[in-house]
Design a protein around this ligand. Sequence first.
Ligand code: BV8
Length: 253
Amino acid sequence: MNQLLETSAAYLKCAHTIVVFTGAGASSESGIATFRDALTGLWERFDAQRLATAQAFKADPSLVWGWYEWRRAQAQSVLPNPGHAAVAQLGRLVSKITIVTQNVDSLHERASSENVLHLHGSLSSPRCFECAIPMDVPDVDGYNLGYGSRIEPPVCPECGGLCRPGVVWFGESLPLDVWEAAVAAVAECDVLLSIGTSGAVYPAAALPKQALSSGAVVIHINPDRVAVSSENEISLVGKGGVILPQLLARAFN
Ligand code: BV8
């Protein structure tokens, strides 16, 4: 592992353009459950795939809205972890960095990362389900939120439609401008750091392979070993909040 860490640090030190690609695992050390974590994952406790769809919202708006408001309140109540801080520090050390995240929390921004692309949207940008105008983010302090709390979604002042979370649901297209910016950043990067993703959700999961085919080095950071398919791909086994600070210390100190 030490040799892989040294090799990864050497790649990082020489890189001019970096993409940091994050999934739910990057937020897990802040205390936010991942989707597929066997013990605490939302899939197990909430069947996230069923709830994260427009169909579910249409069928039961207050359950789906309540679930997202619970998640938003949780995300607001936790802090960025050392992995988020290391990514922000990396942004101050290299010429060009793009953060491409699948996460809908704002922990990268709260760790002072800039240039964050949210492929799957954000909990902090709700909009009208019917006319799509942006709507105000309700004050969560008034919520007494437990798992499965139903909350009536706010009503759109323009058209009377219901407020929906500003996330990309399964079966919905990713925002085209965000996706195109992510693909362009991946095509030109020297190194892609993939942190905390199971690679289960497309098209996001295709980005590390796109980086490899463009000649970049891809470094995975995950407690689960990631199968690698080329000499330009490295799997660092461990938590992002532990490995990233070690990686930066070796590369830049
Ligand atoms: C699309 C927002 C084109 C919502 C999310 C039928 C119709 C249409 C499309 C499809 C279809 N069938 C399949 C598809 C494609 C579908 C898809 O990929 N499905 C999967 C389930 C097979 N994709 C889509 O629908 C996408 N749109 O294709 O549009 C289109 C449109 C219409 C018609 C046809 C085509 C939209 C997908 C977006 C879904 N929205 N999020 C919400 O959050 O509620 S996805 C959701 O999964 C989250 O964003 C999450 O981030 C993401 C991916 O999961 P991960 O981030 O990887 O998290 P996971 O829990 O899986 O893994 C965590 C990892 O971290 C683990 O490996 C763990 O070991 C590791 N870890 C744990 N702790 C740590 C750690 N790593 C480091 N450090 C630690 N401490």
